[in-house]
Design a protein around this ligand. Structure first.
Ligand code: KG4
Ligand code: ZN
Length: 347
């Protein structure tokens, strides 16, 4: 069993973790949220500079917390794609330098592959094949996980990602950034049936609807219109009911698609990943629907739904176990499909 030190700097978290056999020995996540909050979103140049300041401290802390020396590390990994180029470069350069210095195998990791394997941290026996519902700030995908490195995207969003919809709705309700956690909190005291909202289905030319693709931009516009109407009618907005109704609509839409996909492809397990996997509405709806259909749903531990390095270490460990390593010439890529993951490795 390999002990992996992984670095994740694809967006606004500077994260370093050490994982051995799906066990987290240490996990450091330095969030930059406070630095980006005044701008209402992540500023790429600011993110890169923050990563440079934080990454070495995080590496030292990860080793100290895990009580490990470099001699006990079997592989060094970093997210290499997709993400903000300047931000990715900081983590990748650090990992390559350390791999060279300590003569260790180096692995570049696809960020989404990390989210897929986050469920490994709480499920020691999980093995492909399974379906992954990946719901983050940039993605809403249903992925058929056939084997480590071999994925097929069966469904995706046609416009906004689920997390993006949470962030945009939070912004229009003036709740701040990132929106998901705030909406989740407010929804707990709201009525999910207060306002009926459109789920956003993709029509097929031959009639009917696409079973696995989603669309959230219509839902966001519906919340905007509703908010404007309510503002004309009353002094204060019923934010709890708005948050609950919006969250419930997203959760139902994702649940319906995930269950249909798992049943159609005969997959018994749905592993959820990405920041929106932390959402209590989604957890509730998906769990209940899965029980009705005799399916198993796995969620990562709460703090490993959003970006972290433990999930990157998990993905790297799977690859290293299969003998996959990356060349030290590997660069970063702002975009990369999951289907292209094996391009990161020399087998
Ligand atoms: O996976 P992640 O940390 O970063 C990306 O790779 O995108 O996901 C961040 C997204 C943000 O859009 C955030 O609003 C959303 O996940 N999020 C949530 C919750 N926690 C984070 N959305 C809904 N409910 C939550 N509890
Ligand atoms: Zn992510």
């Amino acid at each position: 069993m390999a002990t992996i030190l992984a670095i994740e700097t694809s967006c606004d978290e500077t994260a370093v973790a050490i994982v051995r056999d799906r066990q987290i020995l240490s996990s450091i996540v330095s969030s930059q949220i406070a630095v980006h909050q005044p701008y209402g979103g992540v500023v790429p140049e600011v993110a890169s500079r923050q990563h440079v300041e934080l990454v070495n401290v995080a590496i030292a802390e990860a080793l100290q917390q895990a009580n490990r020396t470099w001699a006990e590390i079997d592989g060094i990994a970093a997210t290499s794609a997709p993400g903000l180029v300047g931000a990715l470069l900081v983590g990748l350069t650090a990992a390559k330098t350390l791999a060279m210095l300590y003569n260790k195998p180096f692995l570049g990791v696809h960020h989404l592959e990390g989210h897929i394997y986050a469920s490994y941290l709480s499920s020691p026996d999980l093995q492909p094949p399974f379906l992954c519902l990946l719901v983050s700030g940039g993605h809403t995908s249903l992925i058929y996980v056939k084997a480590c490195g071999h994925y097929e995207t069966l469904g995706q969003t046609r416009d906004d990602a689920a997390g993006e919809a949470f962030d945009k709705v939070a912004r229009l309700l003036k709740l701040g950034y990132p929106g998901g956690p705030v909406i989740d909190r407010l929804a707990a005291d709201g009525n999910p049936r207060a306002f009926p909202l459109p789920e956003g289905q993709i029509s097929l030319p031959e009639g009917g609807y696409h079973r696995y693709d989603s669309s959230f931009s219509g839902l966001k516009t519906a919340v905007l219109r509703l908010t404007q109407t309510l503002q004309q009618q009353q002094d204060s907005l019923p934010v709890n009911d708005l948050a609950a109704s919006f969250q419930d609509t997203v959760a139902r839409a994702l649940t319906k698609r995930s269950i249909a996909c798992a049943l159609d492809f005969g997959l018994e397990t749905i592993a959820v990943g990405g920041g929106v996997a932390a959402n209590s509405g989604l957890r509730h709806h998906l769990q209940a629907a899965a029980e009705r259909h005799n399916l198993r749903v796995l969620f990562p531990p709460l703090q490993f739904c959003t970006d972290n390095a433990a999930m990157i270490a998990c993905a790297a460990a799977e690859h290293l176990n299969l003998g996959h390593t990356s060349p030290l010439t590997l660069g970063v890529q702002s975009r990369m499909s999951l289907e292209a993951v094996m391009q990161l490795y020399q087998v």
